[in-house]
Design a protein around this ligand. Sequence first.
Ligand code: TRP
Length: 453
Amino acid sequence: MTNREKFGSRATVIMAMAGSAIGLGNIWRFPFIVGEYGGAAFILVYILCCFLLSMPILLSESIIGRRTHQGTFGAMNTLAPGTAWKWLGLLTVISPLIILSYYSVVGGWSFAYLTKALSLQFKPENAESVIGMFATFSSTTWAPLACTAAFLVLTSVIVYLGVNKGIEKFSKISIPVLFVLIVVIAVYSITLPGAGEGVRYLVKPDFSKLTPGAYAAALGQSFFSLSLGVGTMLTYASYVRKDENILASASGTAFFDLLFAILAGFAVMPAVFAAGIAPSSGPGLVFETLPFIFSKMGAGGQVISAAVSILFFLTILVAALSSSISMMEVGVAYLVEEKKLSRHKATFLLFLVSLVIGVLCCLSFGSLSGIKLFGQTIFNFCDRLCSNFLMTIGALLFSVFVGWKMDKKAVRDELTNGGSLKGPGKVFPALYFLIKYVTPVTIIAIFLIGILA
Ligand code: TRP
């Protein structure tokens, strides 16, 4: 495995991992979940989840990936040959592909909305019709399908170019750009008349809304946001060089992901309150409420509101792409390493498979809306299956693998680079305790509470 590609430096590792982490989860999911579960109180629980539960999982995946320099399947075979752990390897080849498929539908919507923003459709005179626009658009057949396919083509092209020329290059440019864009939008949003209420909503905790379901939601959201439990971070870590400090790169990734989610909250919520809309308006928030707000704002300065709407959907699209490439890379690593396919064949095959599932997910908003799996549309079924189930199980198993199956010395070696890193050496006992006991027990508890509540 000596000629395997590696990320160039610490900064590029963090950019690539943050690129995977920062995505629709931060901009599309986080604001409405915060809205649903009581603002700042939820954010506090979310931050605790990130550092006490998600960080140990991110570290576990990093340890396994960097130790073996292999994708999930190969890593399991190397560290636990001939055991049932290979199923975890296989599971984590399948789950990111399902996520990629339905994620591409939302990626496709962002693409479509960027073109709507560019063709100045969010005008004041359209304000009322903008709300219904999303339901109409997503339930038609050809336009959303074409957008889903276009999004998948873009993803495949970047993955096809490789780890250094594709993924690393794209993330190095996109992450700084995304931060600039989201700060610009947040400043605009906070300075709108009536935005103060939205800011207060984000910073003033309402503990009465912290139901048991809120804890499960915080956990699920933090796993989704950090791309955990399906081998994405493991695969990226397998491209990290041996002399890199994986505690530093994992902490940097978690920090930027959290910062971006909070900035996205400040970009979205103040505008929502300024427009006098209820904060918990569900997944339609980004594709109904915001276009409505952009149209209304047009009355006060059409050029600025048009520019902000373009920047906003561009942000979503770029963030979605830097995540979708990480999902596809998991399968590509598997096919290249285990099945000996060339990189371009592997990419093309995964493009086709995710296109087929993506088409089904996309049509489940329109012509296939009558098809129900366990009472859910195809899209919702895929989302629930992955975010509530497969990711949680995967995350749990990764921490159990590192805490209970791997040799403790190997784990310490990997975190401290054979003892040469003093900082990670000092915090190792605490981290190991988190990985071995705290994380698995809490995940099981929250999982059960979420199911029973
Ligand atoms: N973390 C990304 C987001 O917030 C999505 C993502 C990328 C993901 N890779 C993943 C989610 C793997 C789950 C599993 O949008």
